[in-house]
Design a protein around this ligand. Structure first.
Ligand SMILES: [Zn+2]
Length: 400
């Protein structure tokens, strides 16, 4: 069985070992060592990577009692090897994991909220609390955690051989189903809980702790958080984003939100004014369309190409051209696409049937039924001629 160097010393970044097993496997070889500091995928966090001799370790997993390192090449049994962890990655993960213990302690201490889930990815980490926590509550948790980090308390791991030894320890969390020997990770002066993973040595090594999102989750709260360099890099990105917004509005960073707010209001006013202007314009347009209509056996026929009129306006316009007996076929061209709408009143023909002729002529897609149908197509080069031939078609339809 492999001696797990990470259990009591989290700072081992390189070590010597002997290969005790090497088997071909999917993606390379599975190597076992007599001793290893490589932490496997476990406890909600990703494994360590690094090297065993010249072999690159890309994955580490437990299989029962075995600790299996996935490598890109084989190493003969009994070989003495020098091993090295990608310690920047390991340290970053330790910062997140110790950060999680500290944040969980603060949530429990301040609000009695229990940590019921932890996931650490390579760019973010989440912890789930079993209670809803307000925005102010999240800030209070964050503040206390950062204060405790600045106190630079010792973080220690100890293995307790019997349940009796554990009896006097005020555990925040005792993972279900665990039996002695049990490993307890303690933050001096505050937290103690069961945990299998490596941690930084003192809370100061966590660096800054930042909860970047807290959302309702399964009746509680899911907090996404960042520690150490992740928190710094997030702050830098946020600062760059706010600076870019401020620059865009030619204002100071602390005025950016007000500037965005004002632009949103301006935009909403402008949209309202535009709607009013279109309504007035479309009233005139509908009158002009009606004036242009031709009488085909008592039905007012309108066939017209418009430009840049959206679907809703097209529908309203067609509606405004209806008389006792009417057929309006309106096209709206953007230069790239043409949308079309057929509306009728008081005539026998079904628009769902008539639109087929337009679909065919323009190679477009559209449908509908009764008195309304609509569709669209790529604008053809000869749109005007095509529409003229459709006008002839609709005349003939109305003539019966
Ligand atoms: Zn833990």
């Amino acid at each position: 069985m492999t001696e797990r160097l990470y259990l009591l010393d989290s700072m081992t970044s390189a070590f010597d070992a002997v290969v005790t097993a090497c088997e071909p496997a999917k993606g390379g070889y599975l190597i076992e060592l007599d001793r290893s500091a490589f932490f496997p995928n476990k406890g909600g966090q990703p494994c360590d990577v690094g090297t065993i001799g010249d072999a690159v370790v890309s994955d580490v997993n437990e299989q029962g009692e075995r600790l299996l390192h996935l490598t890109d090449r084989a190493i003969p049994l009994g070989t003495a090897v020098h091993c090295a962890l990608d310690f920047a990655r390991r340290f970053d993960i330790m910062q997140q994991h110790t950060g999680e213990h500290l944040l969980s302690y603060c949530a429990w201490h301040l609000y009695g909220a229990q940590n019921v889930g932890f996931h650490c990815a390579l760019s973010y980490a989440t912890l789930d609390l079993d209670k809803p926590v307000s925005h102010e509550g999240i800030t209070a948790i964050e503040n206390l955690a950062n204060r405790l980090a600045a106190e630079n308390a010792a973080v220690t791991a100890k293995i307790y051989e019997t349940e009796q030894d554990l009896a006097g320890i005020p555990l925040r969390k005792h993972a279900e189903g665990l039996t002695a020997p049990i490993r307890i990770v303690t933050i001096e002066g505050s937290d103690a809980c069961t945990c299998c993973a490596p941690h930084v040595r003192r809370t100061g090594e966590i660096g800054q702790l930042k909860i970047v999102e807290a959302i309702p989750y399964k009746g509680g709260t899911r907090c996404t958080f960042l520690c150490g360099m992740r928190a710094l890099s997030h702050a830098q990105q946020m600062q760059d984003t706010v600076s870019a917004i401020a620059l865009r509005f030619s204002t100071a960073r602390d005025q950016a939100e007000a500037a965005v707010q004002k632009q949103a209001e301006d935009l909403s006013n402008a949209k309202r004014e535009l709607r009013q202007a279109y309504a007035a314009l479309d009233e005139y347009l509908a009158k002009a369309l009606k004036a242009e209509s031709e009488d085909v056996k008592g039905t007012k026929l309108i066939v017209k190409i418009l430009h840049g009129v959206d679907a809703k306006r097209l529908r309203n316009l067609a509606g405004a051209t209806m008389t006792d007996k009417a057929l309006s076929v309106l096209f709206s061209d953007t230069g790239e696409r043409v949308s079309y709408l057929l509306a009728s009143n008081g005539i026998k023909a079904d628009m769902g049937v008539l639109i087929a002729a337009v679909n065919t002529a323009l190679n477009g897609n559209g449908g509908g039924r009764g008195t309304l149908a609509q569709g669209s197509a790529k604008t053809p080069a000869d749109l005007a001629e095509t529409v003229e031939s459709l006008r002839t078609y609709f005349r003939n339809v109305l003539r019966g």
